[in-house]
Design a protein around this ligand. Structure first.
Ligand code: GLA
Length: 392
């Protein structure tokens, strides 16, 4: 049994235990790692994430025959098999329960779009580490949206499913996230990164040269206060955009950034500078990825990391130390940077296949279970976006 089959078996077993019946359909949505374009999505710019070979899976079956009305019943196997029952027709407001809000938020978003859902029961299980910056939340929203819409024969595109999942996160979970994570989870292609324009939502797959390995280095530091700090960064960017008179920082040129800096608070200038510089790194990163140009990846990923650390202030000293260690081991053989929202979580490295063992060894040598930093490096694979799994 491979990883995905084990996950499906866990969802199936959880469904049986919770509902005393057999599920009839299965769905999966992957997490993501962002290669470059960090804190750019909510500023309308370009990003370059890839879906990863870690998923959230749903086992789905029909509603209880004896139940009245239209309800979605859910069990979260990884949350101690916590359960909820949500009436699809009653008014919906956020609850105190974070995972349940993803289900509520998706149902509310479908309703706002005028869609009617069929009552169903779902069991949810996942293997994306939670709080590690690999978008377990986005994949949860996307897989719920996919499962409920598929069962209701809504035939919605992956882009719409991503938007539904983002609305759930914005309106019910309370995170003012952009669209990147959900689009990566819904639309990515195997072996490719997703070049996404976060204003128009147009996207194209960028092939990852097969000589490259995609690595995720879990710093072992779990994110803290991410939501409030994240929402604060977003508000700072919006304030900077207002100062410059642009709709979003994506529309700010490097010249305008400097010309208008005098009357701007230094913190807001630093945030805007990160966004403008980061957007300019996305195209060279996409070219480097497709060509297998590891020296260029080293350059652009270093520029991105230090901009995140210094201008955007979302890194931490032990994370910077780990980035420096890995960058030194790699030299021109690949790039490394903090990925995702920051304040802990994971690094991403894109490296020459032959260099991945050196990165793993360097991180292992530093690994010390008694120290605060219990880091771990692993090779991941760029995977396909969310899909129904009908063959199980
Ligand atoms: C989180 C958010 C995304 C994006 C990244 C930072 O993952 O959910 O929308 O803003 O942080 O790039």
């Amino acid at each position: 049994m491979d990883r995905r089959e084990r996950l499906i078996a866990r969802a199936k077993q959880g469904y049986r235990l919770a509902f005393g019946a057999e599920p009839s359909r299965f769905f999966a949505a992957p997490g993501r790692v962002n290669l470059i374009g960090e804190h750019v999505d909510y500023n309308g710019g370009y990003v370059l994430p890839a879906a990863i070979n870690r998923d959230t899976v749903i086992a789905l079956g029909p509603a209880d025959k004896n139940a009245k009305g239209c309800a979605i019943e859910a069990v979260a196997i990884d949350m101690g098999s916590a359960r909820c029952r949500i009436d699809c027709e009653a008014p919906l407001v956020p609850s105190d329960n974070a995972w349940e809000n993803h289900v509520r938020g998706v149902i509310a978003a479908f309703r706002a779009l005028g869609h009617t859902l069929r009552p169903a029961r779902i069991a949810i299980a996942g293997d994306i580490p939670i709080g590690a910056g690999l978008s377990s939340s986005a994949s949860l929203g996307v897989v719920i949206a996919l499962a409920l819409s598929d069962y209701s024969n809504l035939s919605l595109s992956p882009d719409v499913l991503a938007q539904v999942a983002q609305s759930a996160e914005n309106d019910f979970v309370g995170c003012a996230c952009g669209i990147m994570d959900q689009m990566a989870s819904a639309c990515a292609q195997k072996g490719h990164a997703l070049l996404l324009d976060c204003t128009t939502h147009q996207h194209m797959p960028i092939p990852i040269d097969p000589r490259l390995a995609l690595m995720v280095i879990d710093t072992g530091i779990r994110r803290q206060l991410t939501q409030s700090a994240f929402n604060q960064r977003r508000a700072e960017c919006e304030a900077a955009a207002r100062h410059y008179g642009v709709t979003s920082l994506r529309d700010l040129s490097p010249d305008q950034l400097e010309a208008g800096r005098a009357a701007l608070e230094p913190v807001l200038y630093a945030r805007a500078r990160h966004v403008v510089h980061e957007i300019a790194l996305v195209e060279p990163a996409a070219v480097a990825l497709a060509r297998g140009d590891t020296a260029l990846l080293a350059e652009v990923m270093a520029a991105s990391h230090w901009s995140l650390a210094e201008d955007y202030a979302v890194s931490l000293p032990p994370i910077d130390a780990l980035v420096t260690l890995i960058a030194t081991v790699l030299g021109d053989a690949g790039g490394v940077r903090l990925t995702g929202a920051g304040f802990g979580g994971c690094l991403v490295a894109v490296v020459d296949q032959a260099a991945s063992a050196d990165v793993i060894a360097a991180v292992e040598q530093r690994y010390n279970p008694t120290a605060a930093l219990a880091a771990r490096a692993e090779v991941y694979h760029a995977s396909a976006g969310a899909a129904a799994i009908r063959t199980f």
